[in-house]
Design a protein around this ligand. Structure first.
Ligand SMILES: Cc1ncc(COP(=O)(O)O)c(C=O)c1O
Length: 374
């Protein structure tokens, strides 16, 4: 049996008529960049988040550095995040010209550990970027309390958790802005690149709108900016898919629960942790082997069995060759939990269109490996 890691084509087939209809609407409109479909999708995205504004941009990385720039954060400033995330979180800080400060993650959730943030703050610190890693929100209430005390901005890197919420808080509610990525494999993914930010802050909305479009909101009038726009074809695809996002996330949660129930007897790896009161949307179902030296063996065994398991992310950012490439970077304290996560993580196939047979096969093969360990 073969089990793929992603189900993009299955998803397309399931709602083909809705996607094709929106693509056709855009093509027939003759307006492909900054057109009516983008406007419509931005309205839908803001409504979905319950925020005043949503701004579509070129990708999820741009959304982060555009948010930083919109807040005036750049050279000489420090931004705190954690190193067991996709590279883009730190890359965006460097693109903005700021210094990335890495603190450890929480050993259970793998999101930034709020108890590690305060000691890393200096007079240069301007913002915190928590990542809602794997589909679960970071502890935003604790992060917000620290940010308020030290007058820091918060940008949520929400590339992986659209549709999630915390215990008593929503994404975008306790921060200056939440950014997201719509690259193919995300919970809300298009057939290519794009991203967005949502915010309740009128200034961030206005600045990002200018910056993404050559510093312009009116024809022939410019200030310094970039070209980073979400084009209307992708907006149309995303508009069709947004209507299904809660159901897609429910499906992911169903498969996660099936994995977790199936792995009850497992002795040699640990399972994802869902914090009480949180809605984890399982962008990834990431397990951790108990002995780091066994990780690559499990990965190979699964791959050889036809299961497209992967790792997210097996080299933490500060462990990448050449780090920090003459960019500003500081490590505060130990990064033991982030390094453990990098050394032990394995992501199992996870997408809404999986079947029971596929999930059960992954469970059976993973347990077969588990039973052979001593
Ligand atoms: C946590 C995180 N941040 C940022 C990004 C960057 O998004 P993009 O690839 O759309 O630039 C991604 C995904 O790719 C991500 O997973």
């Amino acid at each position: 049996m073969k089990v793929e890691f992603y189900g993009h084509v299955r998803q397309y087939h399931n709602i083909k008529s809705e996607i094709d209809q929106n693509i056709s609407t855009v093509l027939e409109s003759g307006q492909y960049v900054m057109g009516p479909m983008l406007k419509r999708f931005e309205g839908e995205l803001a409504a979905y988040h319950g925020t005043k504004y949503a701004v579509g941009v070129g990708n999820g990385t741009d959304a982060i550095w555009l948010a930083l720039m919109a807040l005036g954060i750049g050279p000489g400033d420090e931004v705190i995040t954690h190193p067991n995330t996709f590279f883009a979180t730190a890359e965006a800080i460097w693109i903005a010209g700021a210094t990335a400060v890495f603190v450890d993650c929480d050993p259970k959730t793998k999101c930034i550990d709020p108890t590690k943030i305060e000691a890393a703050i200096t007079p240069k610190t301007k913002a915190i970027i928590p990542v809602h890693l794997y589909g679960q929100c970071a502890d935003m209430k604790a992060i917000k309390a620290i940010a308020d005390k030290h007058k820091l901005h918060i940008i949520e890197d929400n590339a992986q958790a659209i549709g999630a919420h915390g215990a008593g808080f929503k994404i975008g509610q306790l921060s200056d802005a939440a950014t997201t990525s719509f690259i193919i494999q995300k919970n809300l993914g298009t057939f290519g690149d794009s991203g967005a930010l949502v915010t309740n802050n009128e200034k961030i909305d206005a600045a990002t709108r200018r910056l993404r479009n050559h510093g312009s909101t009116a024809r022939n009038v410019h200030s310094f900016g970039f070209n980073s726009r979400l084009d209307d074809l992708h907006a149309g695809i995303l508009s069709a898919k947004l209507k299904h996002i809660d159901q897609y996330n429910d499906e992911r949660r169903k498969w996660a629960a099936r994995y977790t129930a199936g792995f009850k007897s497992a002795k040699h790896f640990t399972l994802p942790h869902e914090s009480p009161g949180y809605r984890h949307v399982f962008h990834l179902y990431a397990i951790e082997v108990k002995k780091p030296q066994t990780r690559d063996g499990l990965l190979k065994f699964l791959n050889d069995s036809g299961i497209d398991a992967k790792t997210h992310y097996s080299i933490a950012i500060h462990q990448q060759a050449g780090f920090p490439w003459r960019k500003g970077a500081r490590i505060h304290g130990t990064l033991t939990h982030a390094e453990h996560n990098a050394a032990t993580c394995i992501s199992l196939p996870m997408f809404p269109e999986l079947t029971e047979q596929e999930v059960d096969y992954v469970v059976a093969k993973t347990l077969e490996w588990d039973g052979r360990q001593s």
